[in-house]
Design a protein around this ligand. Structure first.
Ligand code: SF4
Ligand code: SF4
Length: 381
């Protein structure tokens, strides 16, 4: 005999998803075209048709435990083919934003980063911390004299201490969010799973490093309609490896200073400096492409939300202020160079410390979802 299922709709959840950029849900008539054209949808894990009806029914628990929400790579092909213009890709994006806030640890941080009214407080926190440090070491009222050296303005020991503590807390929070998501999938997901997180770990990591899903979105598309996201594979590669290059650069500088006493500023021809500059240019170019496409395709492509603009804006401004402080240092303009560097530090703090709560959290949630889906074999949806 078939098992009876009790459906408990959460209407507030449905309103929240609409508020996060989902289109008119009632226009979807469940034709299934979106799942057919989606290059990442499989027989084992079909989407996004079922997510459309689940949102209409307000099935919050089921959607929060749905790995497909994160396996979707936002290629927008489903939007291009939906006969009712129901924009399923926008619904998937809204669900991802909702997931980040829902699983955030601590909860108030998820809410804080998701709402524009809290933005001044989020920037004020690092600004005040760095201003207190400057006042403590006496550089708030009188800037260092002589050659511009940023470590004379904001001593490395303070920067390292602040960032190690704050970024460490962010990593713990991101892991806690990922674990909550994994548990949620275990509890509510309809997919039958075989094996724990260790299964598929390496292959998921390789998939991400190679951007295989993005490649699939490009290579396995059906028909001739454009999704306005054909740039996604290359732009994401540039921003991903550019960001990774900047992380390697910063870590190498720390190791150089502490392990070898090799003090900054390092010459422009130094390999680490070259890596940093090339990586920064890659991130800036990718941000420029994302910005251009979002502004030009806003009617035909996917809707851009607050979280999209915040992520893109902070990433671009972090890189821009980094370049600007370097240029001002080389041009020997002390007051401007030092204060632009100060702004750069505030942006770095924002970018890294709020990772678990911003769109950047896709690093963790997408990895967890892909890992989970790699160990599932069938679905009863
Ligand atoms: S979202 Fe569009 S394509 Fe998908 S089932 Fe609904 S109407 Fe069909
Ligand atoms: S945006 Fe692309 S990957 Fe996501 S559901 Fe639509 S077609 Fe599939």
């Amino acid at each position: 005999m078939a098992e009876a299922a009790l459906i408990q709709p959460d209407l507030e959840f449905k309103r929240d998803i609409l508020g996060l950029g989902a289109h008119d849900l009632t226009s979807c008539y469940q034709c299934g075209t979106c799942s057919v054209v989606c290059p990442l949808s499989t027989d084992d894990m079909p989407f996004p048709r079922k997510e459309m009806i689940w949102v209409q029914w307000g099935l919050k628990d089921r959607l929060l435990a749905d790995p497909a929400v994160w396996v979707c790579h936002q290629c927008n092909l489903c939007n291009a083919y939906c006969p009712r213009d129901a924009k399923p890709a926008d619904v998937m994006a809204a669900l991802r934003d909702y997931t980040i806030t829902h699983y955030a640890v601590p909860k108030f941080m998820g809410k804080g980063v998701s709402e524009a009214k809290y933005l001044p407080f989020l920037f004020a926190l690092p600004a005040v911390v760095f201003l207190v440090v400057l006042a403590w070491i006496g550089n708030l009222t009188s800037l260092p004299t002589g050659q511009i050296v940023f470590s004379k303005f904001m001593h490395i020991i303070y920067i390292e201490t602040i960032f190690i503590l704050a970024v460490g807390a962010a990593v713990v929070a991101a892991i806690a969010g990922g674990v909550r998501y994994w548990k949620g999938m275990n509890e509510f997901s309809l997919a039958a799973r075989h094996g724990g997180p260790a299964r598929g770990f390496i292959s998921t990591l390789i998939d991400i490093l190679k951007h295989r899903k993005f490649q699939q979105c490009e290579g396995d598309r059906v028909g001739t309609r454009t999704s306005y996201k054909s740039h996604l594979h290359k732009s994401h590669l540039a921003v991903f490896y550019g960001f990774l290059g900047l992380v390697v650069t910063t870590t190498s500088v720390g190791i150089g200073i502490y392990a070898f006493g090799y003090l900054t500023p390092w010459p422009l021809w130094h390999p680490v400096k070259i890596l940093g500059n090339v990586s920064g240019v890659a991130v800036l170019i990718a941000c420029g492409v994302f910005l251009y496409r979002r502004l030009n395709d806003k009617e035909k492509g996917a809707k851009s939300t607050y979280s999209d603009w915040l992520f893109l804006g902070v990433l671009a401004l972090t890189t821009l202020t980094g370049f600007l402080s370097e240029i001002l240092r080389l041009a020997d303009i002390p007051p401007l160079a030092y204060w632009v560097y100060f702004i750069h530090l505030v942006f770095i703090f924002f970018l890294l410390v709020y990772i678990p709560y911003s769109k950047f959290a896709h690093l963790a949630y997408r990895f967890v979802a892909m890992l989970y889906s790699s160990s599932t074999t069938s679905s009863r949806s």
